[in-house]
Design a protein around this ligand. Structure first.
Ligand code: UDP
Ligand code: MG
Length: 153
C-alpha cells in the first residue's frame, strides 16, 4: 500500500472558504483521498493531536484555535505523500512560506496557517489512529493510475 498521511483543513481555512481550493491542489497532484470527517474537535482531542507541543509557549492558543470551530480531517494516500504534502503546504509561518504553496498563497499568520500535515511516517500512523479506525479508510484504485504514477498500482 502507498504511504498515507493525515491532512487537516484547519478552522481558518473552513471559515475562509478555502476547503475546495486546498482539496483541489492535493487532488490535482494525484493524491488519493481515502477517508474524511468534518467535525469540531474538543480541547482534549486537539491536545492529543498536538501532544508533542505541550511545553511550547504557543500550545494553549494553538489548542484554542483548532478547537474553536469545525475542521475537515482527512487521510490521503500516494507514494512519498508525507514529504510532498508538506512541500505543498509550505513553511509553518504563512509569511515565510514560499509563494505557490498553500500557506504561501493564502496565509500571512504564524498560527492561522490553514492546513496540517503529518511530518513523518511515525506521526502519520499515530495521527491517523486518533481519527480513523482501519475500516473507515477506503481501499480503491484509480483507473488512470498508470497515467498518474507511471505504474500499474
Ligand atoms: N504554531 C503557532 N506558533 C508557533 C509555531 C506553531 O501558533 O510559533 C501553530 C501553527 O498553527 C502550526 C502548529 O502550531 O501549524 C503546529 O506547529 P508545528 O511546528 O508542528 O508546525 P507545522 O508542522 O504545522 O508546520
Ligand atoms: Mg507539525
Amino acid at each position: 500500500m502507498a504511504e498515507r498521511t493525515l491532512i487537516i483543513i484547519k478552522p481558518d481555512a473552513v471559515q475562509r472558504h478555502l476547503v475546495g481550493e486546498i482539496i483541489g491542489r492535493f487532488e490535482k497532484k494525484g493524491f488519493k483521498i481515502v477517508a474524511a470527517k468534518f467535525l469540531q474537535l474538543s480541547e482534549k482531542q486537539t491536545g492529543q493531536l498536538y501532544a508533542a507541543h505541550v511545553e511550547k509557549a504557543f500550545y494553549k492558543p494553538l489548542v484554542k484555535y483548532i478547537s474553536s470551530a469545525p475542521l475537515l480531517v482527512m487521510v490521503w494516500e500516494a507514494d512519498g505523500i508525507i514529504d510532498m504534502a508538506r512541500k505543498m503546504m509550505g513553511a509553518t509561518f504563512g509569511y515565510y512560506a514560499e509563494m505557490g504553496t498553500i500557506r504561501g498563497d493564502f496565509s500571512s499568520s504564524e498560527r492561522y496557517n490553514l492546513v496540517h500535515g503529518s511530518d513523518s511516517p511515525e506521526s502519520a500512523q499515530q495521527e491517523i489512529k486518533l481519527f480513523f479506525a482501519p475500516n473507515e479508510m477506503v481501499d480503491y484504485k484509480f483507473t488512470d493510475s498508470h497515467w498518474l504514477y507511471g505504474k500499474n498500482t
